[in-house]
Design a protein around this ligand. Structure first.
Ligand SMILES: O=C(O)CCC(=O)C(=O)O
Ligand SMILES: [Fe+2]
Length: 351
């Protein structure tokens, strides 16, 4: 046993050693936290919501196969066929230059989109993840995302989308002081409906399962060559291939991105026969700002035709995120609905 004569050293040395050991074990703990799994669990429409919630929380991503008949997806595509204002991403952009997008408006343009947005099993699964952190969830994003073959045989396809977290929309999602002991709060859950088959060659969404548990940093270090987060290789990636009518759900902290389309084949339908069509919804905590403002994206007369559930999800009626436990009845709710002259709160007046 080493004996230190100096009283200062007797106190100082053990302190320095224990601080160093704590730092080392914290570092090892953080590395271990970044565990990889290559499991992308698959379920059917008859799965119980609790099981779906558990798998989604654990793996960060789940596929629900054949949740609706493919004919519903044909209706969705038909309704959006003539939509205006669709756009391709710029070269090198996040959206991808061979990807066609229709943002926010599809919710007003398609009755089928409105139906899918309130699918009971999907919304209940989303609530399993988000409800511990809010009173209401919000539908914040609706985007039609079509990954296309390059326009000509000799043009190279746009690269796969950079792996990212949808939660990066909210700066607070990387706050280091968010609670971790009770599980870190998820800010959003993303839901991608397969409006065509999603295959390895047409751009099925790519995932790093389990990455929802990795320590979060404001700016994740990316390898310049591969454009992957450092330490990640192609082998770590799992693609959500799924037949038309299926849906993939992922947590806002799960790293993911659209796949690349294979080069155009001679056999490809020159219009868009091999295009990957996906309808993306992102549901977020009711007290967060949504990505899309549906109130501007469509006429009020269209929103007035929404089902009660969808109206609530976009914050058109109901208390949404604002509700005081000590007060029953409407108070400071949005939107302001007004009422006849002289009427009081509770008689249709919200203030
Ligand atoms: O299109 C996809 O598969 C994913 C798109 C996506 O993750 C996004 O744009 O945030
Ligand atoms: Fe995304």
């Amino acid at each position: 046993m080493v004996q230190f004569k100096e009283p200062l050293l007797q106190v100082l040395l053990p302190t320095v050693v224990s601080v160093a050991l704590s730092f080392c074990s914290f570092y090892v703990f953080r590395r271990l936290q970044r565990y990889r799994c290559t499991v992308l669990p698959r379920f059917s429409a008859s799965t119980r919501v609790e099981e779906l919630g558990r798998a989604l929380r654990q793996n960060g991503v789940v596929v629900l196969e054949r949740l609706v008949p493919p004919e519903k997806m044909d209706m969705l595509l038909k309704e959006l066929e003539t939509a205006s204002g669709v756009f391709h991403g710029a070269v090198g952009s996040f959206a991808g230059h061979h990807t066609l997008r229709n943002a926010a408006k599809p919710l007003g343009e398609s009755k089928m989109a409105q139906e899918l947005a309130v699918h009971p099993l999907v919304v209940a699964t989303v609530e399993e993840i988000l409800r511990p952190w809010c009173k209401r969830i919000n539908l914040g994003t609706c985007s039609m995302i079509s990954v296309e073959a390059p326009p000509s045989l000799d043009e190279k396809p746009a690269p796969a989308q950079v792996l990212h977290r949808d939660n990066s929309m909210w700066g607070a999602s990387t706050w280091p002081w968010l609670p971790t002991s009770t599980g870190r709060p998820e800010f959003s859950v993303s839901v991608m409906w397969a409006a065509s088959d999603f295959t390895e060659t047409n751009g099925a969404t790519r995932f790093l399962p389990g990455s929802n548990h990795w320590p979060l940093m404001k700016h994740e270090a990316y390898d310049k060559q591969s454009n992957f987060p450092q330490g990640i290789t192609e082998e770590d990636i799992v693609q959500a291939t799924m037949p038309k009518g299926s849906v993939v759900l992922w947590c806002g902290n799960t790293l993911h991105g659209a796949g690349a389309h294979a080069p155009r084949q001679l056999s490809d339908d020159p219009s868009n026969g091999s295009t990957r069509h996906g309808l993306l919804f992102i549901y977020n905590l009711g007290w967060l700002k949504s990505e899309h403002n549906f109130h501007w994206a469509m006429p009020a007369s269209v929103m007035e035709t929404f089902s009660p559930k969808l109206s609530e999800l976009v914050g058109r009626v109901g208390e949404n995120a604002v509700e005081h436990d000590w007060f029953t009845g409407p108070i400071y709710t949005q939107p302001y609905l007004g009422g006849p002259d002289g009427s009081k709160a509770g008689e249709g007046v919200q203030f």
